[in-house]
Design a protein around this ligand. Structure first.
Ligand code: ATP
Ligand code: MG
Length: 252
């Protein structure tokens, strides 16, 4: 992407990594110690109170998490009318981009390594009583050289109060349709708790193994809910691209 002129005091920005509808992400260095960093900003130059709250939320939740497979959050800076979230740069790209543009042969061995790393991340979140609520390939980074993976984007994550097991069914829909669990739709009389992340991780694994979305993003909302609540297991009929491995494994 193009070189960018952004004036964030204390940082030199070198490259735009992502320009979404709500978020801008840049690569740069922290001037005081030349530390490589990634800086996330809100696209809206005049964010609403709730946008600011949500943006701040990811800092509050992620800053104390010390785990190699979770991106390090360095600081939250005031930037114009908004914030700049400064985090670790380990040369990662999203798994989504990796699947689409780089990955040519995902071996079963490597998939298992990746799967174990991601399960251990969810274990750490569970121990900290954190629900991420948006596990999907766009929120998991991979370094294409070292193949290390790290989880990002805690913007809609929740910290569960100590005295409760789960969150009350949500009134607003949060997360990404194609990956959310049935209880996260708010259409079930069920609390959202740590298992919601395991559901989304399962959908992510399914996509990695089959090159297929569990659900199409283009489905209409009502139709999607009906499918999600009643028929999602039917989608498992698609043959994973590793079925030959599975057959071999089950013979041994
Ligand atoms: N530390 C990082 N290193 C490399 N790339 C990153 C990093 N953080 C974010 N990105 C890239 O920016 C993208 C968007 O980041 P993030 O998921 O944090 O924002 P978002 O809140 O989902 O934005 P939007 O809602 O606009 O999609 C990621 O999918 C990834 O491609
Ligand atoms: Mg994201």
């Amino acid at each position: 992407m193009s070189t960018i002129q952004l004036n964030i005091p204390g940082y030199k920005v070198s490259e735009a990594l992502y320009q979404g509808s709500r978020t801008l992400v840049y690569r740069g260095v922290r001037e005081i110690d030349s530390l490589p960093v990634v800086i996330k900003l809100l696209r809206n130059p005049y964010p609403t109170f709730s946008e600011l709250l949500q943006f701040r939320n990811q800092y509050t939740i992620a800053k104390n998490l010390q785990q190699a497979e979770i991106i390090k959050t360095y600081s939250l800076e005031i930037y114009k009318n908004s914030y700049a979230l400064v985090m670790e740069d380990f040369g990662g790209i999203s798994l989504k981009e990796w699947i689409e543009n780089y990955e040519t042969s995902l071996s079963l061995n490597y998939f298992l390594q990746l799967g174990i790393s991601l399960c251990s991340v969810l274990d750490v979140l569970y121990r900290h009583r954190i629900i991420h609520k948006d596990i999907k390939p766009a929120n998991i980074l991979i370094n294409p050289e070292t193949k290390q993976v790290k989880l990002i984007d805690f913007s809609i994550a929740s910290l569960l109060p100590r005295e409760t097991q789960g969150l009350i069914s949500p009134n607003v829909l949060e997360g990404t349709l194609a990956y959310i669990s049935p209880e996260q739709t708010g259409r079930m009389n069920r609390c959202v708790e740590y298992r919601t992340d395991f559901y989304s991780l399962g959908v992510t694994f399914y996509e990695l193994l089959t090159d297929n979305y569990h659900f199409s993003q283009k489905m209409r909302w009502n139709w999607f809910i009906v499918k999600l609540l009643n028929q999602h297991l039917q989608y498992m009929k698609l043959i994973p691209k590793f079925h030959l491995y599975y057959q071999k494994l089950s013979r041994n």
